[in-house]
Design a protein around this ligand. Structure first.
Ligand code: ADP
Ligand code: MG
Length: 770
C-alpha cells in the first residue's frame, strides 16, 4: 500500500506508484474523501481537459492480403479430382490455405514397430508378425467372420474380418507368411484383437527394415491422423495433406515481430505449419499429442496474439470514445450506506472504486464484475446506479429472467423508496406498461429494472447514463450493444454470478475491464455438501425433518431441461404432492415453477421468505437471486443432470445466514464414473472459480457459455483450454504492444495492423482502425 507523506510546506506528496496508476500529470487535481472509513479518490480533474484522441486517419494501413499461392484450389493437389474436392469443400477445405490450417487430431508413432505384447487397446498400432492360421469362422450368434492368427516372439493376436471374400483372404493369409499389420486394437474381455487390418507383406527373405524402407511415407516416422470426412480414408487424407504441407506451407507469411519469435522461442509460421503436418521423427510424440510441441505452441501463439491484439485495439477504441463524466457527490450513496445494517467488504470497496474511476473518466465504462454467489454484487451495482442518478442520468438494469428481475426490483426498490428515488419494473408480463414507458421516456423514472424487455424498440429513455447487465453470459454481445444504443454512449457494467474461468473471460470478454469481488461478507458459514445415492433417500428426508424441527427451512430442487419442461414440471408438482401427503404430512410444503404467473411465484416466494412454508419444492427458477437466510438445507434431485456451475449457483441459496447449512446432491444409483467425478468436485470445493474451471474442462467452452452468440471466437488451431498459458502470454504481449503503439503505426507495426485487419477486422468489428 502506497504511503502518502506530508511535505515540510504542508502539501501532500503522492508516491510515484499512485501517480502512475492514476495517470496524473503535473497540475492535475485530485479530490479525496473518506467513505466508510477508507480514503477514496473522488474526483480527478485533469489540468487540461482530455480531448479524445481520434485514431490518426492519415496513416494508411498496410493492406495485407492472402498470398495468391495460398488461394490455390485443392484440385491442384495430386490425386484430388472434382469429386474429392467437393467432399473436402463440404468440410470447409476449398483452398490449400484451408488445408494447411486443418491440423491433425493426433499423431501415431510409426518410428518403430511394436511387438504384439506391447499393443494397447484403443490405439492404432503397427506390428510385424507371421501368419499362423487363417479360417472362416462362425460366432455363437451365427455370424460369419474370417479369422487369421498371427504371432511374433512375444505372443499372438487374432485378426478378424466381418465383410470378406473367404477365398481372397485365404489366399493372402497363408501360414508362415510375414508382414506388417496396421489397425485399431480392440479388447473384448481379456482378449485383444484387430479388425480389418491393412497389411504390407514382406517379400521372400525380406526383413522388417526392408519392408519399412519400401514405404517411407508411412513407416519410420510420426504419422499425423486427420479428422475424417465421409468418403475420404486416412491414407488418402494423409497423402493430400503431406503434399499440401510440403508444397504450400512456405508461402504462408510470418506476421509476428522477430522479437516475439525470439523471446518465446517460436517457430516461424510456415515452419510451424509444416512441422504440425509432417513432424520431425526426433520430436516427442507426447508433446505433439498434448498440443505442446514447438509447432503447436507457435501456431497457438500466432492465432491468440492476433485475437488479443484485436481485443486490445477494441478496448482502446472504446476508451477513446466520448462518454459521460460522472461526478461523485455522495448525495444518495451515503444514504444507502447509512441504511445498510453492515459495512461493505474490502473487495466491494475496491471494485466500487474501480467502477467510480471509470464513471468519472470522460469515456464510456465497459467493465465486467465477477464474483461468487452471495459476494454482494447487487449492492455494488446499486451504488453505481446511485452515482448515476446523482448526476441526473437514468439507469437500466437488465436481468435474464423475470423472477430475477423481480427480485432485483424488490431489493432495489426497498432501498430506493427510503432514499426517494423512483424505480420501475419492466418485464414482458407486467401490467400498466404504457404508463411505465411514459415515465421512463419523460425521465420521471430514474432506475428501470427488467428483463430483455428493457432493450425493446418501444422503450425510450430520457437520459440513460448507465446500463447494468446481470448474468451477462446469458445475454449476447448484441444485447449489450442494444442497451448501449438506448443512450448516448452510456457506461456499461456487466455482472456475472457464474465465475468465468480466466482463459475464457480473456477471450470472450477480452475487451472489457475486469473487476473481481473475491471476498464473501463476514459471518457466512461454509456449506457442507454431500453426495447421496437414491437408495438412501430416507436418510435425506430425516435430515430435512430434523432441520425443520429446529425451525429452519428446506429447498428440494428439480432439474428443468427446457425441451422437457412439461415433464419436469409434472415431476416437480407430483414430487411436491408426494412430499406433502406421504412424507411430510405434518409440514407445510410449497411449490414453485416457471409456469406459474409472476404474481403466483411472488406469493410463494414471499410465503417462504416469511417462514410460512417449511419446504419449498422448486424447479431451477430458484437458481438466482433468492435470498432466504433461514433456509439451511437444499436437496438437489438428479444432481448429475446439472452443470457444475449451475449446481454451485443453486447451492448458493443456502448458507446465507449464520446457521450451519447443508446441500445434498441426490444422485442415481447407476451414476457413471464421470458423473461421480463431477459431483465430487462439488463436494470438495466451494470456490466458484475452481468449480467453473472444472465445469469448463468437462463441458468445453461452447456448452459452458450456453449459447453460440456469447461471442466465443472461432479459433482455427488454438484451444483455449489446452493453450491457457500461451493465451496468457499472448495477451500480455498484445496489450503491451498497444500500450506502446496505440494505433499500430510505428515502423514495423503497420504490417501487424494490416494482418490484424485481415484476420479479425470483420469479426471484431475493427473497421474504425483500418
Ligand atoms: P450476489 O448478487 O453477489 O450473489 P447479493 O448482492 O445478492 O450477492 O448479496 C447476498 C446477500 O449478502 C444479500 O442478502 C446482501 O444484502 C448481503 N450483503 C451484501 N453485501 C454485504 C456485506 N458487505 N456485508 C454483509 N452482507 C452483505
Ligand atoms: Mg445477485
Amino acid at each position: 500500500m502506497p504511503i502518502i507523506t506530508l511535505a515540510p510546506d504542508g502539501s501532500l506528496k503522492l508516491p510515484e506508484q499512485l501517480r502512475d496508476s492514476l495517470k496524473l500529470a503535473p497540475g492535475d487535481q485530485v479530490s479525496v474523501e473518506i467513505v466508510d472509513g477508507a480514503l477514496h479518490v473522488a474526483r480527478y480533474v485533469p489540468a487540461k481537459p482530455a480531448k479524445p484522441v481520434k485514431p490518426a486517419k492519415s496513416v494508411p494501413a498496410t493492406v495485407v492480403s492472402i498470398p495468391e499461392e495460398l488461394k490455390t484450389p485443392m484440385t491442384a493437389i495430386k490425386g484430388v479430382g472434382p469429386k474429392l474436392a467437393d467432399i473436402l469443400a463440404k468440410k470447409g477445405i476449398a483452398t490449400v490455405e484451408d488445408a494447411l490450417y486443418l491440423l491433425p487430431n493426433r499423431y501415431e508413432d510409426r518410428r518403430q514397430l511394436k511387438r504384439i505384447a506391447e499393443l494397447r487397446p484403443g490405439n492404432s498400432e503397427a506390428f510385424f508378425a507371421t501368419v499362423v492360421s487363417a479360417e472362416a469362422q462362425v460366432t455363437k450368434g451365427g455370424r460369419r467372420y474370417f479369422e487369421a492368427i498371427v504371432k511374433d516372439e512375444t505372443g499372438s493376436l487374432p485378426l478378424k474380418w466381418f465383410n470378406f471374400h473367404p477365398q481372397f483372404l485365404k489366399k493372402q493369409f497363408t501360414p508362415g507368411r510375414r508382414g506388417i499389420f496396421i489397425g485399431d486394437v480392440a479388447q473384448f474381455g481379456f482378449q485383444r484383437e484387430m479388425h480389418h487390418p491393412e497389411v504390407e507383406w514382406a517379400g521372400e527373405g525380406e526383413d522388417i527394415e526392408q519392408v519399412m524402407a519400401r514405404d517411407p511415407e508411412n513407416f519410420g516416422r510420426i504419422l499425423p491422423v486427420y479428422p475424417l470426412t465421409e468418403g475420404v480414408s486416412q491414407k488418402v487424407m494423409r497423402r493430400i495433406m503431406r503434399d499440401t504441407a510440403l508444397r504450400y506451407s512456405r508461402y504462408v507469411k510470418e506476421a509476428l515481430p522477430e522479437e516475439l519469435l525470439r523471446r518465446h522461442r517460436l517457430l516461424s509460421l510456415p515452419v510451424a505449419l509444416r512441422e504440425a503436418h509432417q513432424p520431425d521423427p526426433a520430436g516427442s510424440l507426447a508433446d505433439l499429442n498434448n498440443g505442446r510441441s514447438e509447432a503447436h505452441r507457435s501456431l497457438a501463439f500466432d492465432e491468440l496474439f492476433f485475437l488479443q491484439l484485436g481485443l486490445a485495439m477494441k478496448k482502446r477504441g472504446i476508451a477513446l470514445e466520448d462518454g459521460i463524466s460522472f461526478q461523485v457527490s455522495h448525495r444518495y450513496t451515503k444514504e444507502l450506506l447509512k441504511l445498510l445494517p453492515f459495512s461493505l467488504t474490502g473487495a466491494q470497496k475496491r471494485v466500487l472504486s474501480e467502477i467510480k474511476e471509470d464513471m468519472i473518466a470522460p469515456h464510456p465504462m465497459h467493465r465486467l464484475v465477477q464474483g461468487d454467489v452471495g459476494c454482494g454484487k447487487t449492492l455494488v451495482a446499486l451504488m453505481a446506479a446511485l452515482i448515476c442518478v446523482e448526476n441526473d442520468y437514468q439507469v437500466a438494469i437488465m436481468a435474464p429472467t423475470e423472477l430475477l428481475a423481480e427480485q432485483h426490483y424488490l431489493n432495489i426498490h426497498g432501498y430506493c423508496e427510503k432514499i426517494g428515488i423512483s424505480v420501475a419494473l419492466l418485464t414482458a408480463s407486467i401490467k400498466g406498461k404504457s404508463d411505465t414507458l411514459e415515465k421512463i421516456a419523460s425521465g420521471e423514472t430514474l432506475i428501470v429494472v427488467g428483463t430483455h424487455a428493457v432493450i425493446q424498440e418501444k422503450v425510450e429513455f430520457h437520459r440513460l447514463g448507465l446500463g447494468i447487465i446481470d448474468e451477462q453470459h446469458r445475454f449476447g454481445v448484441v444485447q449489450r450493444a442494444l442497451l448501449k444504443k438506448k443512450g448516448a454512449n452510456p457506461d456499461i457494467l456487466v455482472m456475472t454470478a457464474t465465475p468465468i474461468p480466466r482463459t475464457l473471460s480473456m477471450t470472450v470478454f477480452g475487451d472489457l475491464s475486469l473487476s473481481v469481488i473475491d471476498e464473501l461478507p463476514p459471518g457466512r458459514t461454509p456449506i457442507e455438501t454431500r453426495m447421496v445415492r437414491e437408495s438412501r433417500r430416507r436418510e435425506v428426508y430425516s435430515l430435512v425433518r430434523e432441520e425443520v424441527g429446529k425451525g429452519r427451512q428446506a429447498y428440494v430442487i428439480y432439474p428443468l431441461v427446457e425441451e422437457s419442461e412439461k415433464i419436469d414440471l409434472k415431476a416437480a408438482v407430483q414430487m411436491a404432492e408426494h412430499l406433502a401427503q406421504d412424507v411430510f404430512p405434518d409440514l407445510r410444503v410449497g411449490v414453485l415453477h416457471g409456469r406459474m404467473s409472476a404474481a403466483e411465484k411472488e406469493a410463494v416466494m414471499k410465503g417462504f421468505k416469511a417462514g410460512n412454508t417449511d419446504i419449498l419444492v422448486s424447479t431451477t427458477v430458484i437458481e438466482v437471486g433468492i435470498d432466504v437466510p433461514n433456509a439451511t438445507v437444499m436437496v438437489i434431485e438428479h444432481a448429475e443432470r446439472f452443470g457444475l456451475s449451475q449446481l454451485h449457483q443453486l447451492r448458493g441459496r443456502v448458507g446465507r445466514g449464520s446457521e450451519r447449512s447443508r446441500c445434498i446432491l441426490l444422485a442415481g444409483d447407476r451414476l457413471s464414473e464421470d458423473g461421480q467425478k463431477r459431483l465430487e468436485v462439488m463436494v470438495k470445493s466451494s470456490d466458484g472459480f475452481v468449480i467453473a474451471e472444472a465445469d469448463l474442462q468437462i463441458r468445453g467452452p461452447g456448452d459452458f457459455l450456453g449459447t453460440r452468440q456469447a461471442g466465443l471466437p472461432d479459433l482455427r488451431v488454438a484451444d483455449i483450454l489446452r493453450d491457457g498459458g500461451v493465451l496468457e502470454q499472448a495477451r500480455k504481449d498484445a496489450f503491451a504492444l498497444v500500450e506502446r503503439d496505440p494505433e499500430l503505426v510505428k515502423p514495423g507495426n503497420e504490417r501487424l495492423r494490416g494482418e490484424l485487419m485481415l484476420r479479425w477486422g470483420k469479426r471484431l468489428e475493427l473497421a474504425s482502425i483500418g
